[in-house]
Design a protein around this ligand. Structure first.
Ligand code: AMP
Ligand code: GLY
Length: 435
């Protein structure tokens, strides 16, 4: 089969690495890809948002299957366009991608189908938003959470520590100053005080195939300090995951969502990534994403046992029930440390040289996934983005995976880069307590 993968991040390198191992993968293209993905795919210089060119390329090369990495092209209808051209695709339709593209849509779905989530209101009118904020503060206290409805590159959520800050955030969003059109509608919601967890399940429109869990680290610096980022590291499975919690997540959250989407006339095909808050052992939905997480995908792909191509194809073709028994997970946990450009998530330098990645890759159990990299004219590896590498390792325990990953990090010579040194600290604390 000839496969086209869409995207250019660490998630896509992990997907490319796993897809290339399939016995049925005869050719793998990636648009636009990065310097690491080049080891297993032919790079195609088309941007992820350029739907017409992507469809034209898939036709020209007689691509058999397209796998979409990021949410952006899904929310604007890439899967619909490919299907319209008769090309099978892994990823939801535009209508189903509203689960990520519109926070208000998802909150209404939760309400209608009784899916546990924070109490909320949705507003386009500032005066109404203000009185709801005042009421929420009176009933539940602070913080209060203000969210732009649409996609805002992970920045559209403000955890306001006072009523004034909440009103300011609502004002900025609704005036269009903060996030443009994405903030034309806002969601105001109750703050849930618990521990976050990422959970992944495949769906083929009707059947679900639960995958596994991970825990991300969203803040830029150690000790969960500093600004929010796309994720500075992740490990899988998450330390607090138990069969009982997984059962609750599947039956109370994932299943009603997939059934609800059928009822709404927008069946969901692809991977459903539930961002959850676990409060006193009970899971609440914070948000949905309609794609794999980045960096969660990197440790998850290292744990996957089974043929990723067959699994994603079965999801795209409505055959998940047939392959349920072909998916299993390594008992060994995996962990990914993100190396980012100094300054990220603020302004940072580009085109700085990175050395030693080959050495790091040779450590047992380690795989360095690239995110923002390109090759310079003389073959030197250069940084091209904020998040640049995902140094990923497996081990018998999270502690062992963690030590291997940081050993690899320490072999990478990149003065303009930084990483957190405490990925998986919650799991490691639990492990020490158990010993
Ligand atoms: P998002 O951009 O939707 O991933 O949200 C960013 C972060 O805001 C989440 O990862 C949570 O840490 C936090 N967050 C969002 N909604 C809530 C909520 N209702 N209660 C507590 N934290 C929240
Ligand atoms: N790591 C969080 C995300 O992919 O949205």
């Amino acid at each position: 089969m000839k496969i086209l993968l869409i995207g250019s991040g660490g998630r896509e390198h992990a997907l490319a690495w796993a897809l290339a191992q399939s016995k049925n993968c005869t050719a793998l293209y990636c648009a636009p890809g990065n310097a690491g993905i080049e080891e297993c795919a032919d790079l195609v210089n088309i941007s992820v948002e350029d739907i017409d060119s992507l469809v034209a390329f898939a036709r020209e090369k007689s691509i058999d299957f397209v796998v979409v990495g990021p949410e952006g092209p899904l929310v604007v209808g890439l899967a619909d366009a490919l299907k319209g051209a008769g090309i099978p695709v892994f990823g939801p339709s535009k209508a189903a991608a509203r689960l990520e593209g519109s926070k208000a849509f998802t909150k209404d779905l939760c309400k209608k189908y009784n899916i546990p989530t924070a109490a909320y209101g949705r507003f386009t009118d500032l005066a109404e938003a203000k009185s709801f904020i005042a009421e929420l503060v009176r009933k539940k206290g602070i913080p209060v959470v203000i969210k732009a409805d649409g996609l805002a590159a992970g920045k559209g959520v403000i955890i306001a520590q006072s009523e004034e800050e909440a009103i300011q955030a609502a004002t900025d969003m609704l005036s269009g100053n903060a996030f443009g059109d994405a903030g034309a509608e806002i969601v105001v919601e109750e703050f849930l005080d618990g521990e976050e967890l990422s959970y992944f399940a495949l769906a083929d429109g009707k059947t679900i195939l639960p995958l596994t869990s991970a825990q991300d680290h969203k803040r830029a610096y150690d000790g969960d300090q500093g600004p929010n980022t796309g994720g500075m590291g992740a490990y899988s499975p998450a330390h607090m995951m138990t069969p009982a919690l997984e059962e609750k997540i599947i039956t109370r959250i994932i299943e009603p969502t997939i059934k609800g989407m059928i009822q709404e006339g927008a069946p969901f095909t692809g991977v459903l990534f539930a961002g959850l808050m676990v409060v006193a052992g009970e899971p609440y939905l914070i948000e949905y994403n309609v794609r794999f997480g980045d960096p969660e995908c990197q440790p998850i792909m290292m744990r996957l046992q089974g043929d990723l191509l067959q699994i994603l194809l079965a999801a795209a073709q409505g055959r998940l029930a047939e392959i349920k028994n072909d998916v299993s997970w390594s008992e060994k946990p995996a962990l990914c440390v993100v190396m980012a450009a100094e300054g990220y998530p603020g302004p940072y330098k580009k085109s700085t040289p990175i050395r030693g990645v080959g050495r790091a890759d040779q450590i047992g159990g380690v795989k360095v996934f690239h995110a923002g990299t390109a090759k310079g004219e003389d073959g030197t590896l250069l940084s091209t983005g904020g998040r640049v590498l995902g140094v990923t390792a497996t081990g018998e325990t999270v502690g062992e995976a963690c030590r291997a990953a940081y050993r690899a990090v320490d072999l990478i010579d990149w003065p303009e880069g930084f990483c957190r040194r405490d990925i998986a600290w919650r799991a490691l604390q639990g492990q020490e307590a158990a010993e």
